[in-house]
Ligand binder design. Sequence first.
Ligand code: URA
Length: 427
Amino acid sequence: MHSAVSVITTKRDGGELGDDQIDWVVDAFTRGEVADYQMSALAMAILCRGMNRREIARWTRAMIESGRRMDFTDLPRPTVDKHSTGGVGDKITLPLAPLVAACGAAVPQLSGRGLGHTGGTLDKLESIPGWKADVSVPRMREMLADPAIGAVICAAGADLAPADKRLYALRDVTGTVESIPLIASSIMSKKIAEGTAALVLDVKVGAGAFMKDIDDARELARTMVELGTDAGVRTVALLTGMDTPLGRTAGNALEVAESVEVLAGGGPADVVELTVALAGEMLAQVGIHDVDPAAALADGRAMDHWRAMIAAQGGDPDAPLPRAKHVEVVKAEQSGTLTRLDAMGVGLAAWRLGAGRAKQGDPVQFGAGVEMHAKPGDSVTAGQPLLTLHTNTPEAIPAALEALRGAYVIGAESGVVAPVVLERIAL
Ligand code: URA
């Protein structure tokens, strides 16, 4: 006979949780028999004591079994997805999903909304007039099977790993997010339940990421690759830099506009490089080796899939995107080289300008955010625009400027530009 207290004290005292204890506690929590305060205490014990590979795998399985597991194995094309652990200006999913679809795979991407300083893919796409995040499973299947679409980015249904949904909300308010076993099992339970055959993980490292340190990022990546592989999902991870934002925009509609530039064959070099690198990994995972994703991006094939994918979810790909009512330009105080542009500072500024939300369910401002006119390594001249802040709530501008204080440095040296892809982790 199990009890929440015995499970909590086993872990509190540094013991290993048995399979039956894990199955019981996750199931009882899902049914409301284990209270939120008990699950919060267990999450804290796990954060302090850790879990071994067997425990993490069992925990992940229990999370998956708390809801429905989707199955796309009958589709005519192989399925592959990507997950990013979250960063500032990380709009990569937007060009990537249609690009990989254009190259012959199907991309079932269940995404989330942003919380805190990192944006959410659904918030970005919802800035496109008419676009809807909710897609039924039969409609998802139709979109994935349609050779002109081949990708769907939508909200996860309430029945996908519901135990994780509840646990994540508790972790967020009990200081228990930063546990590698809990992060890995949270992400992987949703990705495995989503029914993708293969998965590429983009694990962000640096000032604007969950993982500030490369050793922690390696451990998180390896744990997730092991979980995916053990569950029969071909999984590989790239560690990618998040000291500075990706691209030149952070904010919902601003990032959609930048993604469309990338799909039109232009856009910032770092966004293009990471999109093509992740597409190459995704295609390799499903055995597609004869299509060059860089060519499919440059020649408009990915754009065709983007337009079809947006229209299939009610969006108008030609409609003007929302713009904020107020802008404030931050100018360079001196000439030199921009040597630092801190992802956390820019992410916080965008959030305070209205691009993000303070708590779940708050609305976001689609036009709000930060546009970056220079990136580390660029030369700047005194007086030139460095950043443009966009918002409908001008009273937020002083708080955004405060977040940006010390977030950028103009120096004399030429500066070393950090690589986008740092490492690849596979079993
Ligand atoms: N994203 C998730 O889905 N879960 C975590 O625990 C952290 C990030």
